[in-house]
Design a protein around this ligand. Structure first.
Ligand SMILES: [Zn+2]
Length: 117
């Protein structure tokens, strides 16, 4: 998948499934992608940002930015998926939030325009 810019950082607060404390979680989104299913590279700003799930690799510059500013969003090896991908880790107990909250986020997650490369 190819990802265009602008890239959005979206955030929400979700209760940890393990320790039940509400924690800040983030996701990456862009309105411009190019893969087998769709190509919205030429789309205008009216395109709805798409949230990324199971992100396996990122631009090194972006990865460095995330390591500095969003240290709880980091690469995690999933035994279930058999691969590494970026996920939110609970700052309290270290549990992996996974991506399931993205499906349920609804109005809780919205672009704030931050997080550009
Ligand atoms: Zn927790």
């Amino acid at each position: 998948m190819r990802i265009g810019s602008p890239l959005y950082l979206v955030e929400s607060r979700e209760p940890c499934w393990k320790c039940h404390k509400p924690q800040r979680v983030i996701a990456l989104a862009t309105a411009r992608v190019d893969d087998d299913d769709m190509n919205t590279m030429d789309g205008g700003p009216e395109n709805e940002p798409l949230l990324f799930k199971n992100v396996e690799s990122l631009d090194p510059v972006l990865e460095q930015w995330l390591a500095t500013h969003e240290p709880h969003y980091r690469r995690h090896f999933s035994r279930q998926a058999g691969m590494e991908y970026f996920a939110n880790m609970c700052p309290g107990c270290g549990a992996n939030f996974g991506d399931h909250f993205l499906h349920e986020a609804g109005g809780g997650v919205f672009p704030d325009g931050a997080g550009r490369g």
